[in-house]
Design a protein around this ligand. Structure first.
Ligand code: PLP
Length: 394
């Protein structure tokens, strides 16, 4: 069978595959500690679900909605953004999409041309590179300095060519939990403006920030930088709503109109019931967000020192946001003799039933990602097993 050249270049999601493997072992009755999850382990708050049920009962979810979403939700997203970043957007600056994932996919379809080069700082979220390739463009990876997890302008500039079209900045970052500071973002933003390069800001984890660290968005810097920025966010992580698939884009109206065409032909619209659920999430009390944030913070603070104690594991900085830890385990690999993090992760799952994602999936071999979107008791037990595993093989 002949497949398209585009799809032949695309690899399936490693994180989804690993998570599926861990879940299938769990189904067999094995006590697997699954730290691969890229999703919160909380149910969607009850009041959001109730609003969705009410929308179904009122018949609001029975029909197509406009491609870019119901106006009330687009307005509510614009309002929240304006309050947060002191901007002046209206509903026609907003596109509601099937998750942040499809928001990014639609942006790629709308602005990337064949052979455009898209700068992707390492480590990166697995889907960026594959979406770039599906749009016919070329991912260009930008490595930070040894032992660092964020890139700077000099590193971006070294990879810039006449074909560079965009750079994708994810902060707080999946997989490392690092947050770009205001100064770092300003430097990158001004560089992008000078060189007429789109800034795609993936702010998906902006509400999950810990221990007094603060998040700054490219959207709240200068007017010039904001004009150059396409903001992506969603409800999956903030409101524990991964199953509802609500994402959105904020950008200039011209781009939003183009996204309407992409979305209209690709997904039609996000399921109406999910849109009403998202509307309720924005319009109701936000204490659920803070409660979940505090739970992640507690887990991070407890697990971080335990992970640091594992022989050969180095955390270059304490994660500041999102819900992942991304230790450098190169010394542990040297001690244990595993050839790479993929074989380390495979053996860890088989011998100790602990599932983690090898750094290869994020363009950084030698590291592994552990998600703390898991219960504290599972996390504690996973740390015991991980330590035992490294000691046994050393
Ligand atoms: N961006 C990042 C960095 C993510 O980690 C994820 C989900 O894992 C997404 C975007 C997309 O999330 P969703 O499609 O659930 O909105």
């Amino acid at each position: 069978m002949k497949f398209s050249n585009r799809v032949q270049q695309v690899s399936p999601s490693v994180t989804l595959a690993l998570s599926a493997k861990a879940k299938s072992l769990q189904k067999k009755g094995l006590d697997v500690k699954n730290l691969t999850a890229g999703e919160p382990n909380f149910n969607t708050p009850k009041h959001i679900k109730q609003a969705a049920i009410a929308a179904i009962e009122a018949g609001n979810s029975d029909f197509y909605t406009p491609a870019l979403g119901i106006k009330e939700l687009r307005e509510a997203i614009a309002k929240v953004t304006n309050e947060q970043y002191k901007t002046n957007y209206t509903f026609d600056n907003v596109a509601v999409t099937v998750g942040g994932k499809f928001a990014l996919f639609a942006i790629a379809q709308a602005i990337f041309d064949l052979d455009d080069e898209i700068l992707i700082p390492l480590p990166y979220w697995v889907s960026y590179s594959e979406q770039v390739k599906l749009a016919g463009a070329k991912p260009v990876f930008v490595s930070p300095k040894e032992g660092q997890l964020k890139v700077n302008v000099a590193e971006l500039e070294a990879k810039r060519t006449a074909k560079t079209r965009a750079v994708i900045i994810n902060s707080p970052q999946n997989p490392s939990g690092a947050i770009y500071s205001r100064q770092e973002l300003e430097a990158i933003g001004n560089w992008a403006v000078e060189n007429n390069i789109w800034l795609i800001a993936d702010d998906m984890y902006n509400k999950l920030v810990y221990n007094g660290n603060s998040f700054v968005s490219l959207f709240e810097l200068s007017e010039k930088i904001r004009k150059q920025t396409i903001l992506v966010n969603g409800f999956s992580k903030t409101y524990s709503m991964t199953g509802w698939r609500v994402g959105y884009v904020l950008a200039n109206k011209e781009l939003i109109a183009k996204l309407s065409a992409v979305v209209g032909h690709a997904t039609g619209n996000l399921a109406a019931v999910s849109q009403y659920a998202a509307l309720a999430a924005l319009n109701s009390d936000q204490s659920c967000v803070e409660e979940m944030r505090q739970a992640y913070e507690q887990r991070l603070n407890e697990i971080y020192p335990l992970l640091n104690e594992i022989p050969g594991f180095t955390l270059h900085t304490k994660p500041e946001g999102a819900f992942y830890l991304f230790p450098d385990i190169r010394q542990a690999l040297a001690k244990t003799g595993f050839a790479d993090t993929t074989s380390f992760a495979d053996a860890l799952l088989e011998e100790e039933y602990v599932a983690v994602v090898p750094g290869e999936a994020f363009g950084m071999p030698g590291y592994i990602r552990l998600s703390y979107a898991a219960s504290l008791s599972d996390l504690r037990e996973a740390m015991v097993r991980l330590k035992r595993f490294v000691e046994k093989h050393s």
